[in-house]
Design a protein around this ligand. Sequence first.
Ligand code: SAM
Length: 218
Amino acid sequence: MPTFTGEEAQEYDNRITRLVPGYELLHQLTNAQLQTTLSDDAHILVIGAGTGKEVLALAQINPKWQFTAQDTSSDMLDIAKQRFAKQGIDSRVTIECSPVDKVKAKADAVLCLLVMHFVEDNGDKKQILKSIKTNLKKGANLYIADLMRPETTFERESQLNTCAQLGLTEAGKTQMGHNLEREFYPLDRMRFSELLNECGFGIPKLYFKALGFSGYVV
Ligand SMILES: C[S@@+](CC[C@H](N)C(=O)[O-])C[C@H]1O[C@@H](n2cnc3c(N)ncnc32)[C@H](O)[C@@H]1O
């Protein structure tokens, strides 16, 4: 899996829009649903908050929302922290550089975008989802987006071709093709639903699909 440290963290924002077709739209659609469903006193937990993308945008949408930004990479969170200070929202954000099971929040919504596909389905995915569930208020939603198992034989290659159109170099495309095969742990829809159910969630509803990447609200 990528390490999300050092140069990888520094380069993250430049690269991610070339690696995930529809990256901006995924965030826009997720945020729109929070804007529709949450009140002014909401607390939002962002798992795998990275360089702060979700928090920065949501903090602008509603100036009263509070956040917990969790990630296991201190390098990614350091970048996020600087951005929160620059945007003047640091007092609204609690930063948690720790595993998910150490987080203690009672959230009105949890976001987990582009994180769980790096976690193995050997009990680790389940542990994280269970921890997320304990941090959600009753009836509150989890927004989760991941790379899924391909549904056609031509989906992955089409995804890589889209990445090339988005500016990924030939070498980057080869590397991404390698990573997609060996460094991600994508689930098919059946297993994804089953796992969520095992962790106490309801039926996931698809709200975003861009070739291999799917976003669900549950
Ligand atoms: C592809 S980035 C996504 C960042 C952000 N959510 C976004 O949409 O731009 C994945 C992030 O997940 C973090 N991550 C990976 N494994 C994690 C884990 N087990 N718990 C929490 N964060 C994790 C990485 O450090 C990285 O910041």
